[in-house]
Design a protein around this ligand. Structure first.
Ligand code: TK8
Length: 339
């Protein structure tokens, strides 16, 4: 009796040490599953590395039964196309922007509010806490299961015309924004000529000068090779963007509890892997972009204050879109994260 308990304890302790979840592949009831996992960035990006890691974890935790195939470079479609494929059950999984989900659930738009978080760690707390979970849960009625949030990061502006040192430098700059009304309003209010466009079309649009600029975190600017077609990088840090890992609800509903637990564990592990990689990579990306000829500038505090003022006005208009409850919940979650 004593011996058995000891054995069990050791096994449990070992499991913890190895980071293995409560579900052990041999004991669990797992079927062979084929899962297509799509994403928008190149394979050689933090999104691609974390997707590969997820593939590996799913295999390990399921004893090789979960065969995930990752498709990068928007080869399964843009974020919006993939979201619809998941809802329709034509694709099982994806990772992409939360911003393009507002057409499916307006409340997802809270993460687009400018100058919301002081740090990535503060964002982690809110995203991984009950408030972030609630927003994931809301998606179930729309045919999507939100598993975890990864980090895209604080967004900065690039363009081929001039450094954005003052807010007025945005005047007339043709700026690609995500397909999200808040972004459109925000950059219009700051003077840019904002054009919504999917990420998968962006490189070509920058190359052919169909647009002058775009905004994304430095890691995405690096891995998408925007430095080849953009001269100026201006550090505005205007929005902290998460990515969201989604599963088709119709696929999720086919899984038993053991299988769901494995998916959740692999998703959480991939989140931790991705955020660590993201933060290490951003420092390197800045140096890389400089070496590859980008001119990088900070924005003076008084100019950032002007941008915040424009942002505050846009946030006001969002209250009716997002709902007062959603905003109150957000403010409470941020206040708690600050403690
Ligand atoms: C990648 C996009 C991208 C996002 C954008 O599919 O569209 O600018 O920042 O990361 O989700």
């Amino acid at each position: 009796m004593k011996k058995t308990m000891l054995k069990t304890l050791t096994a449990a302790a070992l499991g913890l040490a190895l980071g293995v979840s409560a579900v052990s592949a041999s004991a669990a009831d797992i079927s062979t599953r084929l899962i297509r996992f799509g994403y928008g960035l190149n394979q050689d990006s933090k999104q691609g590395r974390a997707a590969d890691y997820f593939v590996q974890r799913m295999s390990e935790l399921s004893g090789g039964k979960f065969k995930v195939k990752a498709f990068g470079g928007a080869s399964l479609g843009s974020d919006i196309q993939m979201q619809n494929a998941l809802i329709g059950g034509a694709q099982e999984m994806m990772v992409g922007s939360t911003s393009t989900l507002v057409g499916i659930d307006k409340r997802m738009g809270v993460w687009d509010l400018p100058f919301l978080f002081d740090s990535a760690e503060q964002a982690d707390k809110v995203l991984d806490g009950p408030y972030g979970q609630k927003l994931l849960d809301n998606l179930q009625d729309q045919g999507l299961v939100g598993l975890v949030y990864w980090e895209n990061g604080f967004r900065n502006m690039t363009n081929s015309k001039r450094p954005i040192e003052k807010m007025s430098d945005m005047d007339g700059v043709k700026l690609r924004v995500m397909q999200n009304p808040m972004y459109l309003d925000l950059f219009k209010s700051m003077g840019a000529n904002a054009v919504p466009m999917s990420f998968s079309e962006l490189f070509t649009a920058l190359e052919t000068k169909a647009v002058d600029g775009q905004e994304n975190p430095v890691t995405t600017i690096e891995s998408s090779k925007f430095y080849e077609v953009q001269k100026y990088l201006s550090l505005t840090q205007h929005v902290y963007s998460p990515w969201i890992v989604l599963m088709s609800k119709s696929f999720w509903d086919k899984l038993n509890d053991d299988e769901k637990a494995i998916v959740m564990q692999a998703a959480r592990d991939s989140r931790d892997f991705e955020r660590k990689d993201s933060r290490e990579q951003s420092v390197k990306a800045m140096a890389f972009l400089k070496e590859h000829g980008m001119e990088i500038n900070e924005v003076a505090p008084e100019e950032l204050a002007k941008m915040r003022e424009k942002a505050a006005a846009v946030i006001q208009t969002q209250a009716s879109v997002l709902g007062q409850d959603t905003l109150d919940g957000l403010n409470a979650a941020i206040a708690a994260a600050k403690q």
